[in-house]
Write a protein that binds this ligand. Structure first.
Ligand code: DQQ
Length: 531
């Protein structure tokens, strides 16, 4: 029984035991959210992959069901890998997923519910025509780089389109297929998009966002006020990158806004991969789900009997600048908030540590906002550099004029352990740069863990905007949202002292200049019903 281990999450999704990775085929059907995910029924390491299945009414509390898709045909006998769901006319769910066939080739298969009147969609029937898409000598598709079909979208011509991740030599690509009946798929002459040198594109996701406002739209929507997002999980980098651009439906091509600048924007600058969105027609929003791997050793994963969690589902929309996406934990997670602690606005002097008492600091939701006035104190940055490198060189113990200031989470009594999430402000030429870091360097006395620091610049103007940070803390995960969802960083940590009720929470300012806390609210989080 792993239920009372210190690193198990209380409100982030995970099954009772074993390995999990990518979220698969999310959809809403019959008033229920369905989550499928890559799962090893036999152990805490990757292997024997099936589609495990859970359902939820609120994206927070989940009921486990039996695995929905598991090896049973020659087209998937060696594994049921990632894929997506599409709602066909008449509200009929359809799943396309990658099967590893008897020759260990990657092929795309189709499954549909056995009984549409079962809102739990417990049983899935595979097409006897599987595989519907396969590598052949004619199409020259590499049989070990052909996987992860997207949600399909319908063109004005009445034909379905779907993408499959692939590569040709080092050119990563989203191969496009078209179909009239969802069964017979024809490969398009050109991929929807490709990039030389990017390597294998795993788990592509392609969806419309509105250029005005936060509402989500269904995957087939196109036209005025619609922009498109292409996200790919780069196998070489193990990060999820996205591009904003236009979808030219006549040419079936995606044209990124900044061709020269692709693979810059990420959903999350911490540990985060193989994510996928779906349209929630109930609340008219697009929801993003993602996988967070462990940062512990494989030996420790086997010892604790599990590996992998999912983030809190995030609503996702286009920022009003049109230049990036914004992500925010679904509002339903706020139902878990209890015992609010609100601190009065106050100055946080340079060098000061402010305890935030009265919350269960290992299972909490914290929102803090800062205002800085002494911008001339900002450290000068002469050359532009990788923000993650900047965060690892300038961790929370390195003082500067403005920053670091932020939160210390999972802090032990004597501060032998802590994880810090903080801002630091630089002046670069005539602009201010706001850096957000998640510093895991001191997160655990157990040095077998991956203690890498993460960081990103947040596109906010410290002259006019407040510097806001929300952090979801949950036993071994620190999920942070800077700049009201403009920058996300998820980290895994395994404190040895700062566990359960031994963990403490602080706001801190280790810069020389004072900063003002304009808002500080923290909540203890109730446990979600997950299994
Ligand atoms: N995970 C799946 C693949 C996918 C990879 C296998 C991404 O389908 O490419 O478990 O994490």
């Amino acid at each position: 029984d792993s239920s009372n281990q210190p690193y198990r999450t209380a409100y982030h999704f995970q099954p009772p035991n074993n390995w999990i990775n990518d979220p698969n085929g999310p959809l809403r059907y019959g008033g229920l959210y369905h989550l499928f995910y890559q799962y090893n029924p036999k152990g805490a390491v990757w292997g024997n992959i099936v589609w495990a299945h859970s359902v939820s009414r609120d994206l927070v509390n989940w009921t486990p069901l039996d695995p929905a898709i598991f090896p049973s045909q020659s087209s998937d006998i060696n594994g049921c890998w990632s894929g997506s769901a599409t709602l066909l006319p008449g509200n009929k769910p359809a799943i396309l997923y990658t099967g590893i066939d008897s020759l260990n080739q990657q092929v795309q298969n189709f499954a549909q519910p056995k009984n549409l009147s079962d809102p739990f969609l417990r049983e899935w029937v595979k097409s006897p025509k599987n595989p519907l898409m396969a590598p052949t000598s004619a199409n020259k598709i590499n049989s070990s780089s052909f996987r992860d079909p997207t949600t399909a979208w319908l063109g004005k011509d009445g034909h379905w389109r779907v993408l499959v991740g692939s590569k040709r030599r080092t050119r990563g690509m989203a191969i496009l297929y078209r179909s009239k009946d969802f069964v017979k798929w024809v490969q398009a002459k050109h991929p929807l998009h490709s990039t030389l040198g990017s390597g294998m594109w795993e788990c592509p996701d392609f969806f419309p966002v509105l250029s005005n406002g936060q509402l989500g739209v269904d995957t087939s929507v196109n036209g005025e006020y619609v922009r498109h997002v292409l996200k790919v999980s780069l196998d070489d980098k193990k990060h999820d990158y996205y591009m904003i651009g236009s979808y030219n439906a006549a040419k079936d091509a995606f044209i990124p806004d900044e061709e020269s600048n692709i693979f810059v924007l990420r959903y999350d600058y911490g540990k985060y991969y193989a994510s996928k969105t779906f349209f929630d027609d109930g609340k008219k929003r697009r929801i993003l789900l993602g996988w967070v791997n462990e940062s512990s050793s494989v030996a420790d994963d086997i010892k604790k009997g599990w590996s992998g969690i999912h983030t809190i589902p995030r609503a996702i929309w286009l920022h009003k600048s049109g230049r990036q996406l914004v992500q925010w934990p679904v509002e339903e997670v706020e139902k878990l908030r209890a015992y609010p602690v609100n601190l009065l606005p106050q100055v946080l002097k340079g060098g000061k540590l402010l305890p935030i008492n009265g919350v269960t600091a290992s299972q909490a939701d914290v929102e803090i906002s800062f205002e800085v006035s002494k911008l001339r104190k900002a450290e000068v940055l002469d050359y532009w550099t990788d923000p993650q490198i900047l965060c690892s060189k300038k961790g929370s113990s390195v003082k500067s004029g403005l920053g670091p200031f932020g939160l210390l989470v999972f802090a032990s009594e004597g501060l032998q352990e802590y994880t810090s999430v903080f801002f630091r402000i630089f002046r670069h030429q005539h602009k201010y740069l706001v850096l957000l870091c998640s510093d895991q360097n001191r997160s655990s006395l157990n040095k077998d863990n991956d203690l890498t620091s993460y960081g990103t610049f947040v596109d906010v103007d410290p002259l006019h905007d407040k510097l806001s940070l929300r952090t979801l803390i949950d036993h071994s995960v620190v999920e942070s949202f800077g700049g009201e969802g403009r920058a996300c960083i998820t980290a895994r940590v395994y404190p040895t002292l700062a566990i359960n009720d031994k963990a403490q929470l602080y706001a801190f300012n280790n810069g020389t200049a004072d900063v003002k806390i304009t808002r500080l609210s923290a909540w203890s989080m109730k446990k979600a019903q997950i299994h």
